[in-house]
Design a protein around this ligand. Structure first.
Ligand SMILES: [Fe+2]
Ligand SMILES: [Fe+2]
Ligand SMILES: [Fe+2]
Ligand SMILES: [Fe+2]
Length: 381
């Protein structure tokens, strides 16, 4: 990140409230938009949902009514932001099409984080998880072909590979086995904290999405698949949330949440190719800068510590939903511009992450599942 959010002032909180007309954003066009614009929308929706839920939990654990009021004020703005962001998704897309886009986020964003993560233990945790979301994308793609008779490639636009990952039947673990070791808050690279918070939030949103939309299907095979993968997303949330050091105070966690929102809006604003969406990222960044200052004041007051001690003054790399951006300059053959050479790349970043993890599913026997012709094709290749 080339700027320090701690040194910037945003929009004062009492000027952040928007009217109905301003919240009623124009949705993106599913046939014309860059799939990575939709990935950014899905990511930021997960981040805003976590901001709201975390603030509610914090308020429920806060005795001082004055602080509760302060939290309520900021939280209302987070709720408005969540509406503006999630309402960018078009009503035209089916639940299953949105699901495929959710799994594209899980694959590409996690693959990017895995490549950028400085801590080897945490890196392994992301590599472990991404192999499972690979298979979810593949399973939902098969379902899409079966019940909507269309190819998932039309949604992910050949940017993310649709092929088997670690077979889903191996994802069902004893719940205790999903609990990992946390990073140590005083030694961890500040970037590791942002990564853990980001992936935890997006996986939580995926879990919530499947919990709520799964039963809207009538086809038994769809209902069963949402139930099965919904339970694995519960495992994923357990896996990723356990990476966060529980020794962080509530106020430190609040500061990390607001800092992460600044980091992601700034990163996405820099990459966004759709001017209307870019304007929303910019507006929200300016709001988050103020949220961060409010959170820092609370941490100073209630913890008696300086937030700069726990934050990255300048994170070196901007966050990205595009896995291939985590590759070395030689491998990622295109510039970081809005018009990335999409078809040439075929998501080599995601493939490289899988190879790093040493679990190349092409070496395995294809699993016996509906629509396995696709798997056999790849295994032979
Ligand atoms: Fe927010
Ligand atoms: Fe998934
Ligand atoms: Fe997941
Ligand atoms: Fe915020």
């Amino acid at each position: 990140m080339t700027f320090n959010p701690l040194e910037q002032r945003g929009i004062p909180l009492d000027r952040q409230l928007r009217n109905w007309r301003e919240l009623n954003v124009d949705p993106i066009d599913p046939d014309r938009c860059d799939p990575y614009t939709r990935c950014r929308v899905i990511t930021m929706n997960g981040i805003e949902v976590e901001a709201i839920l975390f603030s509610h939990q914090l308020a429920r654990n806060t005795v001082d009514p004055e602080i509760k009021r302060q939290l309520a004020q900021t939280r209302y703005i987070e709720a408005q932001q969540q509406k503006a962001v999630n309402w960018l998704l078009p009503g035209l897309s089916s639940v299953l099409e949105t699901t495929i886009a959710y799994e594209q986020v899980a694959v590409d964003l996690t693959a990017w984080v895995a490549r950028m993560e400085p801590d080897p233990y945490l890196k392994q945790a992301y590599q472990f998880g991404v192999l499972e979301d690979f298979d979810h994308l593949y399973r939902y793609a098969n379902l899409y072909e079966m019940i909507e008779h269309r190819k998932a490639e039309s949604i992910v636009d050949n940017l993310t590979e649709v092929m088997p990952g670690r077979p889903t039947r191996y994802h069902h673990r004893d719940p205790v086995d999903n609990v990992r070791d946390p990073y140590a808050k005083d030694q961890a690279d500040p970037l590791s904290k942002l990564h853990a918070l980001t992936i935890m939030s997006t996986e939580q949103q995926t879990m919530n999405f499947y919990m709520n939309t799964g039963p809207t299907y009538m086809e038994p095979i769809a209902r069963q698949l949402y139930q099965e993968i919904g339970l694995i997303e519960e495992e994923h949330v357990t896996h990723y949330e356990s990476l966060v050091d529980p020794g962080e105070t509530w106020w430190e966690q609040l500061v990390n949440h607001e800092y992460n929102e600044c980091y992601l809006y700034y990163s996405f604003m820099e990459q966004e190719s759709d001017p209307k969406v870019k304007a929303i990222w910019e507006l929200h960044l300016n709001m988050e800068l103020e949220h961060l200052h409010i959170a820092c004041d609370l941490m100073r007051r209630l913890d008696g510590r300086e937030p700069a001690e726990v934050l990255a003054p300048r994170a070196a790399q901007r966050a990205d939903v595009r896995a291939e951006q985590g590759l070395s300059a030689r491998t990622a053959r295109h510039a970081d511009g809005p018009d990335h050479a999409r078809r040439r790349l075929r998501a080599r970043g995601a493939r490289a992450v899988r190879e790093d993890a040493g679990d190349d599913p092409r070496r395995r026997e294809p699993a016996e599942r509906p629509g396995d012709a696709r798997a056999r094709r790849h295994v032979r290749a």
